[in-house]
Ligand binder design. Structure first.
Ligand SMILES: [Zn+2]
Length: 176
């Protein structure tokens, strides 16, 4: 099964900045968010789950990046995610643990993750979740007043314009 992917959507987990979700063993960030998504009623397709990361029953994202820079996969790219209203069918979702400040290792991991997604989907637009909020006044740009949520907590366009380097005002030193 393949689908057409033309959007790469960056998210944050809305968890404390710099606090890794990894709790040892199999209790990874992806496994932790999987429980939360399960509680919210998300559910992966059984066949897709059995084929890829069968331990994750609900997780809506395709990639998760914890505070120590650990990169995990969630859903397969061939599987429609559950991370952005109205755009799941044609997108891949990447989630950064934290809310609006991230560690150097996380920024580096996001850089390499997005570069690899760009190589795979050269035509895809890279945006933050909030950039896909409805354009209420129809002027063609999504202003802060139109954000349905603030996720991923930083301006993805600024980050892209800066060559995928950490945004200083959104950088923290080390994971707690
Ligand atoms: Zn989001």
């Amino acid at each position: 099964m393949s689908r057409s992917i033309n959007l790469i959507v960056i998210h944050c987990a809305a968890t404390p900045n710099g606090k890794a979700l990894y709790k040892g063993g199999t209790r990874t960030a992806a496994a932790t968010i999987d429980v939360w998504h399960s509680q919210r009623g998300f559910r992966r397709d059984t066949v897709a789950r059995e084929a890829f990361n069968p331990q994750l029953y609900a997780l809506g994202y395709h990639h998760v990046i914890d505070c120590d820079g650990r990169q995990e996969t969630g859903r397969a790219h061939s599987e429609i995610g559950a991370h952005v209203a109205g755009h799941n069918a044609n997108s891949v979702g990447v989630c950064m643990v934290g809310t609006d400040k991230f560690t150097q290792r996380q920024w580096e991991a996001l850089h390499s993750q997005v570069r690899s997604l760009q190589a795979r989907y050269p035509a895809a637009r890279i945006v933050g979740h909030r950039d896909l909020s409805p354009d209420k006044n129809g002027d063609g740009t999504i202003q802060p007043s139109e954000w349905t949520k603030t996720c991923p907590g930083f301006n993805v366009a600024d980050w892209l314009a800066g060559g995928l380097q950490p945004l200083k005002s959104h950088l923290i030193e080390a994971a707690a």
